[in-house]
Design a binder for this molecule. Structure first.
Ligand SMILES: *Cc1c(COP(=O)(O)O)cnc(C)c1O
Length: 411
C-alpha cells in the first residue's frame, strides 16, 4: 500500500474531525519519522509536545517492555506494585504532596475542575454549586463538553451545547481585568502559562506572578494547565518556574507518557487533594501499572538528560536564528524554550501552505490558529538538526508566496 491508500482509508472510514498534513508516518526514531515510501522527515511538532523525549526513547521502551512482562492493568479496585512508586516520584519531582493519576489531558483538566469546586464548597464555604472559575480568552484545555463550555473558539463549541455553567472569561494577559472579574463565588483561576493551541501566545512578563498574588489575596486556587508547557518544553521543568508562580493545582499530561502511552495527572497539596474521598472520582485506566512504569521512566529521562536545559539553550539558539531570517511574510516570532510560533501576516494567506511546503522539504510542523506555524521539536534534538531545519525554514519563508501556493495545491 502507498501513502495515498492509507489516506483514503482514514478518509473513508474515519470521522473527519482532523485535516492532517498529507504525510503517512510508518516508523519513527528520536526526532525523525519515515513515511510509507521511506521518505524521512524531522518531527518539529512532537505530537503537540507529547514527544519531548523523542520517538521511542530506549529507556522508556525498556521500562514499558519490562512492565509488559509483569502486569499491565489492575484497575484501582486493587493496589499495584508500580503506582505508589510513580506517585512518589512525580510528587517529589514537581513539588506537591499528592498526585491524582489520569490518562488524557482533558480528563486531568476535568478532574482538576471537580477538585477545585469541591474544595470551594467544603473548605471555603462558597454556596453549594454556585461557584465560578475564571479561564482566559483564547484558552485550550481539551475537548470535553465542560471544557469547551468555556472555550472562546467558535468552532470548538458550535453545535455542542447546552454548555456547562460556572465559568468566566478574562482577557488574555491582563491581570487587573482578571482580578476585576473575581466575586464572592469565584473559586479558581485556570490558565495555561503559554497558550499553545491558542497560537503560542506568551503573556507579558510578570503576569503569572501577578496571578499568584491575586489568587493568594482572594483565597482562590491558582491552577496551571501545563499539559503542553510542562516537563521541560519552555526551558524550565515547569513554565511557572520562569516567574516563581507555583500554582496550587498543576495539571500535566502529554510528555508525562514519554511519547508512548497516555499518562496525565493532577498535582496538589493535601489541603486541596484531600477533598477527594473514596468513590468521589475514578478512572478504569488511570494509574495502571503500564502507565506508572512509563511515567517513571519519562521523569527519569527528563532529569538524566537535562531536557529542560536543552530546551532553554537550543530554544534560544533556534529563536535567534529564526529572527535573523529576513522574510516579508512574518509578522512576529515568539515563544519560550523549544515552543516557538511564527505568525504569518494575513495578507500572505494562512500558515497552512507554509507547513505543507515544509513537509515537502522534510520538516513536519502544523499550523495553529490559522496564522501561526508552531515549532515544538523533541527536546532531544541536536543543534545540527536545528541547523538542518533552519536552512529549509529560511527557504520557505523567503521564496515567493505564489510558488508556495502552487506547490501546496499540487500535494
Ligand atoms: C493537549 C492539551 C490538552 C488536552 O489534552 P488531551 O490529551 O488531548 O485531552 C489540554 N490542555 C492543554 C494546554 C493542551 O495542550
Amino acid at each position: 500500500m502507498r501513502s495515498q491508500d492509507y489516506m483514503d482509508l482514514e478518509y473513508n472510514y474515519g470521522a473527519h474531525n482532523y485535516k492532517p498534513i498529507p504525510v503517512v508516518i510508518d516508523r519513527a526514531e528520536r526526532v525523525w519519522v519515515w513515511d510509507v515510501e521511506g521518505k524521512r522527515y524531522l518531527d518539529m511538532l512532537s505530537s503537540y509536545s507529547a514527544l519531548n523525549h523523542g520517538h521511542r526513547h530506549p529507556k522508556i521502551i525498556e521500562a514499558l517492555e519490562r512492565q509488559l512482562q509483569k502486569v499491565t492493568l489492575t484497575s484501582r479496585a486493587f493496589y499495584n506494585s508500580v503506582l505508589g512508586l510513580f506517585e512518589e516520584k512525580l510528587a517529589k519531582f514537581a513539588g506537591y504532596e499528592k498526585v491524582l493519576p489520569m490518562n488524557t489531558g482533558a480528563e486531568a483538566v476535568e478532574s482538576a475542575l471537580k477538585i477545585a469546586r469541591k474544595w470551594a464548597y467544603y473548605k471555603r464555604n462558597i454556596p453549594m454549586n454556585e461557584g465560578n472559575i475564571i479561564a482566559l480568552e483564547g484558552n485550550f484545555h481539551g475537548r470535553t463538553i465542560t471544557i469547551i463550555s468555556f472555550s472562546t473558539e467558535h468552532q470548538y463549541k458550535d453545535g455542542f451545547g447546552p454548555y456547562t455553567p460556572g465559568f468566566k472569561i478574562a482577557p488574555f494577559g491582563d491581570a487587573r481585568a482578571l482580578e476585576n472579574l473575581i466575586d464572592d463565588r469565584t473559586l479558581a483561576i485556570l490558565v495555561e502559562p503559554i497558550q499553545g493551541e491558542g497560537g503560542v501566545r506568551v503573556p507579558p512578563q510578570g503576569y503569572l506572578a501577578e496571578l499568584r498574588r491575586i489568587a493568594t489575596k482572594h483565597r482562590i486556587l491558582l491552577m496551571f494547565d501545563e499539559i503542553q508547557t510542562g516537563l521541560g518544553r519552555t526551558g524550565k521543568m515547569f513554565a511557572w518556574q520562569w516567574e516563581d508562580a507555583k500554582p496550587d493545582v498543576l495539571i500535566l499530561g502529554k510528555a508525562l507518557g514519554g511519547g508512548i502511552y497516555p499518562v496525565s495527572a493532577v498535582l496538589a497539596n493535601n489541603d486541596v487533594m484531600d477533598v477527594l474521598t473514596p468513590g468521589d472520582h475514578g478512572s478504569t485506566f488511570g494509574g495502571n501499572p503500564l502507565a506508572a512504569a512509563v511515567g517513571m521512566a519519562a521523569i527519569d529521562v527528563l532529569v538524566e538528560e537535562k531536557l529542560d536545559e536543552r530546551a532553554r539553550t537550543l530554544g534560544e539558539y533556534f529563536m535567534n536564528q529564526l529572527k535573523h531570517i529576513k522574510s516579508d511574510y512574518v509578522k512576529e516570532i515568539r515563544g519560550k524554550g523549544l515552543l516557538i510560533g511564527i505568525e504569518i501576516k494575513k495578507e500572505f494567506g494562512t500558515a497552512r501552505p507554509f507547513c505543507e511546503k515544509l513537509a515537502q522539504m522534510g520538516i513536519l510542523c502544523k499550523e495553529t490558529h490559522e496564522q501561526v506555524i508552531r515549532f515544538a521539536p523533541p527536546l532531544v534534538i541536536e543543534k545540527e538538526e536545528i541547523d538542518w531545519a533552519l536552512e529549509r525554514i529560511e527557504r520557505v519563508l523567503t521564496e515567493p508566496v505564489h510558488v508556495q501556493a502552487k506547490i501546496a495545491r499540487s500535494i
